[in-house]
Design a protein. Structure first.
Ligand code: NAD
Length: 251
């Protein structure tokens, strides 16, 4: 995807897991990448492996996000791609889900996407082009027991994606979401599996029989779809929420 040469991308939550794979993939495709995470050590490590720009910030903090985007645009000279990947997942029955966990979920998964889009769009409008990809989930398309707050936050991400796509299309900015299924090997997967076990629910690996392609997703499977969406190959796509679930979810 040689058209990426000289272009700049910012990936949130890129210190580990799917975000790290996306940052690596975009760097391989020729982007200069600003690597964000709230964890400073993880940010430094992930940035170092791709000669990226480390930008530590909590995406739920509007002022910090403004500073982060300013720093990225200042250092890289432009911002062509924003990937909103940072996210958290806490399990529990809605009836007794702690308010603090509900608010934490929305702070990262929804406020984070909202603040980063607000901060990045003006640069993209000035450039007359840009690409935003929001990492939602198949949990943004169907409710699931004990995933209520997480599902609600990911439904919200798809709503924001569709609305922003319509608002900024005339400026040459495309906005899409990616909806991974069950992704193995990430810190979130380990935490969710532990919580599922505690609730007597199946882990990700125990649900593999439901996946037509017969395996969990790998972070690189998601990164490949992000790379496609931000490339000119996807120039006629905006406002979409693309499933990357191995066929687990088809709507
Ligand atoms: P992960 O926990 O491995 O990585 C998430 C990263 O985000 C971590 O490095 C964490 O430090 C960072 N982060 C958390 N809060 C932050 C904040 N406030 N500001 C900046 N960074 C923050 O998770 P993952 O599995 O790689 O998931 C990445 C994204 O993919 C999330 O949005 C998640 O909801 C989504 N997703 C994951 C799966 C899965 O099965 N793992 C499935 C569907 C969707």
């Amino acid at each position: 995807m040689t058209e990426a040469r000289g272009r700049a991308a910012l990936v949130t939550g890129a210190g580990s897991g799917i975000g790290r794979a996306i940052a690596r993939r975009l760097a391989r495709d020729g982007f200069r990448v600003a690597v964000n995470d709230v964890d400073a050590t993880a940010t430094g490590r992930a940035a170092a492996e791709i000669d990226g720009l480390p930008v530590v910030a909590d995406v739920g903090d509007r002022a910090a996000v403004g500073r982060m985007v300013g720093e990225a645009v200042g250092a890289l000279g432009r911002l062509d791609v924003l990937v909103n990947n940072a996210g958290i997942c806490r399990l529990g029955a809605i009836a007794d889900f702690p308010e603090a966990d509900w608010r934490a979920t929305f702070r990262v998964n929804v406020d984070g996407v909202f603040f980063c889009c607000q901060a990045a769009v003006p640069s993209m409008v000035r450039q007359g082009r840009g690409n935003i990809v929001n990492i939602a989930s198949w949990s943004g398309k169907s409710g699931a027991p004990y995933f209520g707050p997480y599902c609600a936050s990911k439904f919200a991400v798809i709503g924001l994606t569709q609305s922003l796509a319509r608002e900024v299309a005339a400026h040459g900015i495309r906005v899409n979401a990616v909806c991974p299924g069950i992704v193995g090997g990430t810190e979130m997967r380990a935490r969710v599996d532990d919580a599922a076990r505690a609730l007597g629910r199946p882990t990700g690996a125990e649900r593999v029989g439901l996946i037509p392609l017969g395996r969990l997703a790998e972070p690189d499977d998601v990164a490949a779809v992000v790379a496609f969406l931000v490339s000119d190959e996807a120039r006629y796509m905006t406002g979409q929420a693309i499933n990357v679930t191995g066929g687990l979810w088809m709507h």
